[in-house]
Design a protein around this ligand. Structure first.
Ligand SMILES: NC(=O)c1ccc[n+]([C@@H]2O[C@H](COP(=O)([O-])OP(=O)(O)OC[C@H]3O[C@@H](n4cnc5c(N)ncnc54)[C@H](OP(=O)(O)O)[C@@H]3O)[C@@H](O)[C@H]2O)c1
Length: 374
């Protein structure tokens, strides 16, 4: 008989991953689902047909009935608290736990030991890919742990939640998390690179269109997707960030700790971390990793353009006042010229005013189609 499955964690990543497991994997229905905020589980369950999923009121209730338990949770202390809860209330002997959370390798070592000591099997299985990739089953899973356990967990990855697997069968659990953290430094550095490039293009007078085209042609895929996300400003209008700044800071912090232990200096990571801290300060937990673009824009002084424009416009108005043709129509000339200048400035300023807070609203690229990305 197909295994009974319990899914714990229906955040941005968990929802898409769980959906694919319910729809594509060989599992016994209903799949049991649990999320701390029950409302999310309720909303999530509406996409399924009757009997495909069942919301459980507690993790213990779900774990007790399941053979295989997936967890994908925000951060280390949450994972440890969930493990406390499960081990404190359920006999886990013979069950398989697959943790997809991105946590510190040392945390995985602790957690896995507790499960194994209690007679369960454990697989560390962090995943690469954004929520949109999770939604369409295109993640890349990194599976580490005893060969037999990895073999069992594998059934839910390639062809279900993932397009591929980086196999670490029989390797210690922590290796999967080391790779995940080092891999995530690539994402952070990529966002930094795209953001710096776009800000420089804009400030140097090149405009962003050509760099945008370059990114799409030379670095299609993730680079292009992030360039779209950054330039469209979508990350500011979403109710919930796709890659929340808190998670990005957690990943960067873990990677820095890994580097320190290994005696390696990660200069790029220091820079990225500083920008993430600025995003966090400015936007709180609603900040997204893509807001790094705003932090770099602010540093580059792009938010001063409205003030500089105002000074120029005032100078033009003064000139119009003094150089308007004399005579009975002078008042008409003055008011027409000054009003025209002021109106033009206002039109321009309204477009750019948003940039006074570039972390909140980076740019309007949707005013006229032909000017998108200029
Ligand atoms: N987002 C990405 O691009 C991405 C990509 C790959 C891997 N990851 C990793 O995948 C994991 C989940 O990421 P995500 O984007 O899905 O995050 P998320 O949307 O913030 O979801 C976090 C999940 O953890 C739960 N949670 C948080 N605090 C909790 C607590 N104190 N007790 C119980 N449950 C708690 C949340 O429940 P509530 O709904 O109740 O808050 C939610 O189910 C993280 O480790 C992240 O680093 C993320």
């Amino acid at each position: 008989m197909a295994p009974k499955l319990c899914w714990i964690g229906l955040g941005n990543m968990g929802r898409g991953m769980c959906k694919n497991v319910v729809k594509k994997a060989d599992v016994q229905h209903p799949v049991l689902i649990y999320n701390r905020t029950k409302q999310k589980a309720v909303e999530f369950s509406t996409m399924f047909e009757d009997g495909e999923v069942e919301i459980v009121d507690s993790m213990a209730a779900g774990v007790a009935k399941a053979d295989v338990i997936f967890t994908i949770l925000a951060k280390d202390d949450v994972v440890e608290a969930v493990v406390d809860d499960i081990l404190g209330s359920v006999d886990v002997k013979g069950k398989l736990f697959v943790d997809c959370s991105t946590i510190h390798p040392d945390t995985t070592v602790r957690v896995s030991k507790r499960f194994v000591d209690a007679g369960a099997e454990f697989v560390a299985a962090p995943v690469f890919g954004a929520p949109a990739m999770g939604e369409i089953g295109q993640l890349v899973g990194v599976l580490a742990g005893p060969k037999e356990s990895v073999q069992k967990a594998r059934a839910y990855f390639k062809g279900v939640m993932a397009k591929a697997e980086i196999g670490m069968s029989d390797l210690p659990y922590e290796k999967a998390l080391q790779l995940k953290l080092i891999g995530n430094t690539f994402i952070l550095n990529m966002v930094e690179q795209i953001s710096e490039g776009l800000v420089l293009s804009e400030k140097a007078g090149l405009g962003t269109k050509y760099l945008y085209d370059f990114i799409h042609l030379i670095f299609p895929g993730l680079f292009a997707a992030y360039a779209d996300r950054i330039l469209s400003g979508k990350y500011h209008t979403m109710d919930y960030p796709l890659f929340p700044v808190d998670l990005a800071i957690k990943d960067a912090r873990h990677a820095l700790s890994l580097a320190e232990t290994a005696g390696v200096r990660m200069g790029n990571l220091d820079v990225g971390m500083a920008h993430l801290q600025e995003v966090k300060q400015h936007q709180g937990e609603k900040g997204d990793i893509a807001s790094i673009y705003g932090a770099i824009r602010a540093q580059a002084g792009l938010n001063w353009s409205v003030v500089i424009g105002l000074v120029i416009v005032i100078a033009m108005c003064v000139a119009a006042w003094f150089f308007s043709p004399k005579g009975e129509n002078q008042v008409l000339w003055r008011s027409s010229i000054i009003l025209s200048i002021a109106s033009c400035y206002l039109m321009w300023a309204v477009t750019f005013l948003a940039q006074l807070h570039p972390l909140i609203e980076p740019r309007r690229s949707d005013l006229r189609k032909e000017y998108i990305h200029h």
